[in-house]
Design a protein around this ligand. Structure first.
Ligand code: DX5
Ligand code: ZN
Length: 218
């Protein structure tokens, strides 16, 4: 599978986000990972669909919007209008409505993803996987960048990838999000991830282009 690198703009300069996403594109990123936080599902507040609309003209890269919000189903239209390409929603928030929410995201012409937190069992994704275009495993507690990678994510990744292979969906994108560095990315990829989110590792690097290339595990 091709490995995609999705730098998280949470680690970027909020005062110059247009330039920031242009820089990510010039340095070889595959997606722009946009961490939307509402101060309720997670304590911090970052930005909403208006930010997505403002950065849209500055990059051709897919905007991968990670909604760490309550009632994500009420925000889908605004993200679609703003130009989001992918929207991922948390199973912990959607609960029994996860399939409807994934289908609603696709109804707006966007790709749909389901996310689980580090302490949520990976089996939580098994029933909705067939309705998703991507599955996201959090490898840190959602809400903040710069945290340490949680090692138990690797076993969850292996379990999820083998479940997908057994069920004829071995090619489905699995995104891992949080604490990924050039040092641990190879383990993350060999455990089954093919979409790599990295904020600090990319924005703290003196060689953004090189770091993005190395995060492909090559
Ligand atoms: C945390 C976000 C992650 C985070 C990744 O809630 O979902 O995307 O920004 O940042 P790093 O790579 O610094 O852990
Ligand atoms: Zn994220």
């Amino acid at each position: 599978m091709d490995i995609k690198v999705a730098p998280s703009i949470l680690a970027g300069d909020f005062a110059r986000m247009g330039e920031t996403v242009g820089r990510l594109e010039q340095n070889g990123a595959d997606y722009v990972h946009c961490d939307v936080m509402d101060g309720n599902f997670v304590p911090p507040i970052t930005f909403g669909s208006q930010m997505i609309g403002h950065i849209r003209p500055h990059t051709r890269l897919p905007l991968d919007c990670h909604l760490m919000v309550l009632h994500p189903e009420t925000h889908l239209e605004s993200f679609a209008r703003a130009g989001a390409d992918i929207v991922t929603v948390h199973a912990e928030e959607c609960r029994g409505r996860i399939v409807q929410t994934l289908n609603a995201i696709k109804g707006y012409g966007m790709k749909a993803g389901a996310v689980i937190n580090p302490d949520t069992p990976v089996e939580r994704l098994f029933d909705c996987a067939e309705f998703a275009d991507m599955l996201l495993l959090m490898s840190v507690v959602p809400g903040w960048g710069g945290q340490k990678f949680i090692p138990s994510t690797l076993a969850k990744l292996e379990k999820l990838r083998s479940f997908l292979i057994r069920n004829g969906r071995g090619e489905l994108d699995i995104e891992v999000d949080g604490g990924i560095t050039e040092e641990n990315v190879k383990d993350v990829i060999s455990a089954g991830a093919n979409v790599i989110v990295a904020g600090s590792a990319v924005f703290r690097s003196a060689d953004m282009k090189g770091t993005i290339a190395r995060l492909r595990g090559v």
